[in-house]
Design a protein. Structure first.
Length: 234
């Protein structure tokens, strides 16, 4: 083999290797590209697509009332107390008591609204924050008494957005629009204090008794021996 031919072949192999590396780098760079204009309009992270926000929301429960009822059931009382507990921990505004009018149970509902007021007041809601109103209900069904209040709540946008056919769009291997919405909504519903998402709470006061027990354990002194104060670091 001639020297010139040999060096030309070496240069060709090097050139092919460089081209292969450049091609591989381009492919990897395309996979790592998170630009929405390049990879699609939907964000890759469902937490970005369905963020949990702090906003005002209405909290509502319906208390079912039968036309023959003359007093609240024990189960209804427990539900109302749970509603009042949620109000006491998250709201300071008014609580609306909406009583049905024109329904078959409107008479029973008008009587039981007084008992509902008593349960709410007994659960710690001031009577001055209870506002009664009526709403027109159909005559054929037993309409409930509705209790509601507004409070700052952690929530997401409503789920169920399906703008595209999932069967027809499978080649891009991207998350569909509704992906992760239910998980985010469930997480938001489990947050007891939405303010925890905005910042940490203040530290609680020091428990002097517990602090003394911790120091005793650190020093290796049993609480029931009354021994000396020698510190054993071994």
């Amino acid at each position: 083999m001639r020297p010139h031919s040999f060096f030309r072949q070496v240069r060709s192999v090097k050139l092919l290797a460089v081209c292969a590396l450049l091609a591989a780098g381009t492919v990897l760079g395309g996979c790592a590209n998170r630009d929405g204009m390049s990879t699609g309009a939907l964000p890759d992270d469902y937490r970005t697509r369905h963020p949990i926000v702090i906003a005002e929301a209405e909290h509502v429960i319906d208390v079912p009332i039968a036309s023959s009822d003359r007093r609240l059931t024990q189960g209804a009382r427990e539900v109302i107390r749970g509603f009042a507990s949620g109000y006491n921990s998250s709201a300071t505004g008014t609580v609306q008591i909406l009583v049905p009018v024109g329904s078959v149970n409107s008479g029973a509902a008008s009587v039981l609204r007084r008992e509902i007021r008593g349960v709410l007041v007994g659960a710690g809601i001031p009577a001055t924050r209870l506002v009664e109103a009526s709403y027109q209900a159909g005559g054929g069904d037993a309409a409930p008494i509705r209790l509601s209040y507004t409070a700052i709540t952690a929530k997401t946008e409503p789920c169920g957005n399906w703008p595209k056919d999932l069967v027809a769009n499978t080649t891009d291997n991207k998350n569909y629009d509704n992906f992760g919405c239910a998980s985010q909504a469930n997480l938001a519903a489990q947050i007891a204090n939405p303010m925890d998402l905005l910042g940490p709470r203040a530290m609680s006061p020091i428990d002097a008794v517990q602090r003394g027990e911790v120091i005793k354990d650190y020093r290796g002194i049993s609480s029931d021996t009354g021994g000396g104060t020698t510190i054993n670091f071994n």
